[in-house]
Design a protein around this ligand. Structure first.
Ligand SMILES: Nc1ncnc2c1ncn2[C@@H]1O[C@H](COP(=O)(O)OP(=O)(O)OP(=O)(O)O)[C@@H](O)[C@H]1O
Length: 354
């Protein structure tokens, strides 16, 4: 269990198999077959294949993978929009698979709100009424829900547009309405299913910033599906990288980029500018005697690219990595260039010298 206490979601040995007699697949001789062979021999597709993970309170948990890797199926299983074939699943410690229909409805409406790519806004209602809709379902009085909705409309940057209808908004603005509506019920977790993939790049970036801001300001737990690596790296506290229904690697952006679990992940992250993801805590080396007196001070979480800027500005041969007044290590030109050149992510793997 994490420091944050009970995980928001706790998922163990989860399978979702589509096809005839799907429940005979998990745990059988067929379970380890590659997808094409499984389909050929059984007519089944294992969309989610023996997956286990926790979503911790306050984190942005990104589910990333190529089309067909199982992202949507996995996230839909979390609230049983798709019924898992086998495994266990809990939200805030409560068994989701044991919930009856009333409890499940409550889960989907209040505890785990979903933000979709197609916003599903009510076309004849105004922005304000669309946001208030979730509160109406909750049984709040009219004045109260309009006041709360107005607050949320402002929070997502739509103040002044309260009385427009969805058709009078841009795609990004519609997505903000969807976001405000999901936030209205104050859920313990927000689930995003590729919400920004239909938006143009600039608006998409704006919406990503919005998610980062909401996360920073409210510490809200989020599960975010994307097939876009740069989006995953920008938003994710941790990223689960899926392939053929399984999780090939689960880790922080830095772990995924700096220590890919296998060749598949390595290929996936090949073009990522490593200096923007890897931190000085990874790139640093122990100080030699006399070092550590001078040079700019950086926190361990500073990126290598921030360190390069600091060293270039100060003209010192190295920067110091400090925490609570303690010297943890130093990053000199060789450490920093080693990261840029891709000469390994961790200590002891650098080959580049200057
Ligand atoms: N209802 C279904 N019946 C049969 N197979 C399905 C069904 N839904 C999904 N699949 C299969 O399960 C696999 C995972 O699909 P899923 O939609 O979860 O992937 P995804 O990673 O979300 O893809 P995308 O990014 O394209 O949305 C795919 O091979 C898909 O064809």
């Amino acid at each position: 269990m994490s420091e944050a206490g009970t995980p928001v979601f706790s998922v163990r040995d989860l399978w979702k198999v589509f096809g005839p007699k799907a429940d005979r697949i998990p745990g059988s001789e067929y379970a380890a077959l590659p997808p094409a062979e499984l389909r050929e021999r059984t007519g089944c597709t294992a969309a989610v294949r023996d997956v286990s993970f926790d979503v911790n309170k306050g984190e942005v948990f990104v589910v990333m993978g190529l089309s067909g890797s199982g992202k949507s199926t996995l996230v839909r299983c979390l609230t049983r929009l798709i019924e898992p074939t086998s495994g266990t699943l809990a939200i805030d410690g409560e068994d989701v698979l044991a919930m009856d229909t009333t409890r499940l409805r409550e889960l989907r409406r209040h505890r785990a709100a979903m933000v979709f790519q197609h916003f599903g806004l009510l076309p004849h209602r105004t922005v304000l009424d669309n946001v208030a809709y979730g509160l109406e379902i909750q049984g709040l009085g009219k004045a109260e829900r309009r006041a709360k909705a107005a607050e949320l409309v402002e929070k997502v940057g739509l103040a002044g547009l309260e009385n427009r209808r969805p058709a009078q908004l841009s795609g990004g603005q519609q997505q903000r309405v969807g976001l405000a509506r999901a936030l209205a019920v104050d859920p313990s977790v927000l689930l995003f299913d590729e919400p920004f993939s239909a938006l143009d790049p600039l608006i998409r970036r704006e919406m990503q910033d919005e998610v980062v801001r909401l996360h920073r300001e409210e510490g809200r737990t989020m599960v975010f599906i994307t097939h876009d690596l740069s989006e995953a790296l920008r938003l994710g506290t941790r990223i689960a990288l899926m392939r053929d229904g399984g999780i090939v690697q689960l880790g922080t952006p830095e772990e995924i980029v700096g220590s890919p679990a296998d060749d598949y992940v390595r290929e996936f992250v090949r073009d990522v500018p490593r200096e923007q993801v890897l931190t000085v805590a990874t790139a640093m080396r122990p100080p030699t005697s006399g070092e550590g007196e001078n040079g700019p001070a950086l926190r361990p979480g500073a990126t290598v690219s921030e360190a390069i800027e600091a060293v270039a500005r100060s003209g010192d041969p190295a920067a110091r990595v400090m925490e609570d007044g303690r010297l943890l290590g130093v990053v000199d030109h060789a450490c920093l260039l080693g990261v840029v050149a891709g000469a390994g992510g961790g200590p002891g793997t650098r080959e580049v010298t200057v």
